[in-house]
Design a protein around this ligand. Sequence first.
Ligand SMILES: [Zn+2]
Length: 196
Amino acid sequence: MPASGGGAAQTARRIAMQSFYRLDGLDRIVECGGDWDRFCLENGSPALLAHHVQGRMLWDHVDGIDMTSYLGAIFFHVRRSGKVFAIRHRCDSALMARLFEMSTEPAGEGLLVTHRLIWEERLHDGDWLPRMEDVVEAPRCSVCCRFHLDGAWVDPLRLSGRVLRPSAHCLCTACKQELRERLDEAAREGKGRAQG
Ligand SMILES: [Zn+2]
């Protein structure tokens, strides 16, 4: 975990940041709550405010086939096993790097998905303004928020002084592999319990 600055107020805020959404059996968003709207505004995503997305299909708001498959695999596993499944992911804005834990659990006919902030860290100094030549476009992994630059996956926290903008949304091989291993492990645990 990277070192993160900030005093007690920031720490309290990090712990408090938690948002959730509830899906019905058809993956329609029936409710968004917690710090949902505050986070949308801070992250520069006003189109995702609760009153815009409630009643809509979740998949209308998921970018790309990679992320659709990633979430689809998690939701399928939770519905089939009836058990909670948690995995960590980044959700960075242009200014902030943020690590969340996403927890998915069965809720009635649908699912409850909760995002809890683990840490956040500024990507740039407060008074730093990017110049055009500092802006680089590259494909970004939607789970770890690393960018594919010069043949490698690079964390934007290690590139301060440059602004990275996603040219495409995809999934890196490490994130695909991690999910595959975690789901295999959860399935094995489920079988072990059923046989024991
Ligand atoms: Zn990744």
